[in-house]
Design a protein around this ligand. Structure first.
Ligand code: ZN
Length: 302
């Protein structure tokens, strides 16, 4: 990044922070309370909605669970194609249309490989890296899906600063469930799968941040055959595979989600995405989240 670009970015951030503070400064989220903090022994047996940010997160966090779930549905929030087209080009595609389509086919191939082509997949089509700017629309779609069929659990990302779209997806799921419950509807219980985050300067794949209010971790361990099948599932995501090799294959972990304060950082110190994305930092993400909570009526008025 050039010095001029950096200076412009910093000036814009200062202006945006001042505008945010003037309109929303000091206002807290209404999504408060305690998580259910309970065990998940019946997870594979219950109707479960899986809501992920990107095409491949469903396999990384819950591919093994998906093969066991009796009744599942998947929502993929983004199309996996960042607007600038750089990811498409570096994967050898002419443009985002072809890249997007390739990523759709990768998910289809991965579900076919585990014999779960029957699982319905809803793609919300938000641009990759833009989910936090579209939270009210995502929440509205999730509420429609949750109203149309009763799910016991909704499995999604934890709020951990791994990727801004993961955090936005977590916020949207929590907001949808919270608003449905306020409406008197029996919303599914938010459950977290593992993704990735930074802890003590080190990337952690496949583990959780310790967070007050989170439930005990339920581990689904895989035998050699199941690990081989998960690896072959991940290999279906050809456009991403070189970034997927860090993820453990021996088990998947789940816990009931705590009720996060999305206006506070998920942990002290730098967030993972602050180390690899220059367009988004945690403070900017939280300003966008606060604006979304306001539009959803989820900011306290005083
Ligand atoms: Zn992802």
């Amino acid at each position: 990044m050039s010095a001029l670009t950096l200076a412009i970015r910093r000036a814009w951030q200062r202006w945006d922070q001042a505008a945010y503070d003037r309109l929303y400064g000091g206002r807290k989220s209404r999504m408060t309370g305690a998580g259910p903090g309970r065990a998940l022994d019946d997870l594979p047996l219950q109707p479960t909605l899986l809501v992920v940010a990107h095409p491949d997160d469903e396999a990384l966090g819950a591919g093994g669970l998906l093969s066991r779930l009796a009744d599942a549905r998947i929502v993929i929030v983004t199309d996996g194609a960042p607007k600038d087209g750089a990811a498409a080009r570096s994967a050898g595609f002419d443009g985002n249309d072809a890249y997007r389509q390739a990523r759709v086919e990768e998910t289809e191939a991965a579900l076919a490989l585990i014999g779960r082509s029957d699982v319905p997949v809803s793609r919300l089509g938000v641009s990759d890296q833009q989910a936090v700017a579209h939270i009210p629309r995502i929440v509205s779609r999730l509420m429609d899906i949750m109203r149309a069929k009763k799910f016991r659990y909704v499995v999604t990302h934890p709020y951990e600063g791994g990727h801004p779209d993961h955090d936005a997806t977590a916020l949207a799921v929590h907001a949808a469930c919270f608003l449905l419950r306020e409406d008197g509807f029996e919303a599914p219980l938010p459950v977290e799968m593992t993704s990735y985050h930074l802890a003590g300067g080190r990337m952690v794949y496949g583990g959780f941040l310790a967070v007050p209010g989170a439930g005990p971790v339920t581990t689904i361990a895989f035998d050699a055959g199941e690990q081989d099948r998960k690896q072959r599932m991940l290999q279906c995501y050809r456009t991403q595979y070189r970034t997927l090799t860090e993820f453990p294959l021996d088990a998947e972990r789940f816990r009931t989600a705590p009720l996060y304060d999305f206006l506070e950082p998920p942990h002290p110190g730098p967030l993972a995405y602050e180390t690899f994305m220059w367009r988004m930092d945690g403070a900017g993400w939280r300003r966008a989240a606060g604006r979304a909570l306001n539009r959803l009526g989820l900011l306290q008025t005083s």
